[in-house]
Ligand binder design. Structure first.
Ligand SMILES: [Fe+2]
Length: 276
C-alpha cells in the first residue's frame, strides 16, 4: 500500500525522513552534456548537474543526448564522444568525482538498425549491447519490427520512459508484447515521484509493480524542472515494493547496462533482454 509522500525541503512530493538513500549507483539516462540538446547550455551548468548527481550517490553517468527526431544531424556520434571527453576533463578540474561515458537517447526511427550498423548512433556506454529508444510522446508506433531487427544484432532495446507516451498510459498492457520480445523498460525517477502528474505516476508504478520495468534512471536535464530525483524515487520504491526491488532497479540493473552484462528480473530470477 502506498503511503502518501511527505513534502521534502523543496516542497516536492517524494518520500520522507525514512528514505534509505542509494549510493554507488549508475545513471543510464542523463542529458548532462553542454550545448548539445535540451540539457545544460554551458559547461558550468553541466558541471553543476554532475555535482548534483554525485551528491545523490551517482558514480557514473551515461550521457544520453537526443539523437534523430528533432536533433537529426545535430548530435552525431563523434560530437557526443568529444563532448564526453571535454566534460570529464572539466569534472576533473572541478573535483567532481563522476565518470561520464557516451550513449544516446535515440528517437524511434525505422533507420535505427542501418544507422547502428554504420556506427552513426550510439548504444548505452558504447557497449554495443543496449540501445535507449525514445518513443514519440503522443502517438503509438509498434516497436515489434525494430525489436526483431535489433535481436538479429544481439542488441536489446531499452524503452526510454514509456510512462510518458500518451497512448501507453491509457493502454498499459499494449506494451506487454514488447517486453515479451526482449525490450526493457526504463522508468524515470521523477515520474515515480509524481513530477509529471498522476497519470504518468500511475503508469510508472504499474510497470514497476508488474516487474515489466527493471531499470530506473533520472533523465535529468537541469537543476530546475528536470533535476535528478533518484534518492526520492529509491526511497519510494523501497517503501512500496521493498528495499530489494529498489536496489535491483536503481543500482544492480543499471550497473549491468553500464558493464554490458545481463539485466535480470527482480532478485535475479530471470534474465531479461535479447537472449545471447
Ligand atoms: Fe531523455
Amino acid at each position: 500500500m502506498k503511503r502518501s509522500g511527505a513534502n521534502n525541503a523543496d516542497g516536492a512530493k517524494g518520500g520522507d525522513a525514512e528514505w534509505s538513500r542509494p549510493t554507488q549507483w549508475v545513471d543510464i539516462h542523463c542529458h548532462c552534456l553542454p550545448g548539445l540538446d535540451d540539457g545544460p547550455g554551458t559547461m558550468a551548468e553541466a558541471v553543476a548537474l554532475c555535482r548534483a548527481l554525485v551528491a545523490d550517490g551517482c558514480t557514473t553517468a551515461v550521457a544520453t543526448p537526443h539523437q534523430l527526431g528533432r536533433y537529426e544531424g545535430l548530435t552525431p556520434a563523434s560530437r557526443i564522444r568529444w563532448a564526453v571527453h571535454d566534460l570529464n576533463a572539466a569534472l576533473l578540474d572541478a573535483d567532481v568525482p563522476l565518470a561520464v561515458v557516451a550513449g544516446a537517447d535515440v528517437r524511434l526511427d525505422e533507420r535505427i538498425p542501418a544507422l547502428l550498423d554504420a556506427g552513426r548512433i550510439l548504444t548505452l556506454a558504447d557497449s554495443g549491447r543496449y540501445i535507449l529508444v525514445e518513443l514519440p510522446d503522443e502517438v503509438f508506433i509498434d516497436l515489434s519490427p525494430l525489436l526483431v531487427q535489433l535481436a538479429e544484432r544481439d542488441v536489446t532495446a531499452v524503452v526510454s520512459h514509456p510512462e510518458r507516451n500518451a497512448f501507453l498510459v491509457r493502454r498499459l498492457d499494449a506494451a506487454r508484447p514488447w517486453a515479451e520480445k526482449g525490450a526493457l523498460f526504463q522508468i524515470t525517477a521523477a515520474s515515480l515521484c509524481g513530477d509529471f502528474g498522476p497519470e504518468i505516476e500511475r503508469a510508472a508504478w504499474y510497470w514497476l509493480e508488474q516487474g515489466t520495468a527493471a531499470l530506473v534512471a533520472t533523465d535529468a536535464h537541469d537543476l530546475r524542472d528536470r533535476r535528478p530525483r533518484m534518492s526520492q524515487a529509491f526511497g519510494l520504491i523501497a517503501e512500496r515494493l521493498g528495499h530489494g526491488v529498489a536496489r535491483w532497479t536503481c543500482i544492480t540493473n543499471p550497473a549491468a547496462v553500464l558493464a554490458g552484462t545481463d539485466v535480470a528480473s527482480v532478485n535475479g530470477s530471470r534474465k531479461l533482454g535479447v537472449r545471447r
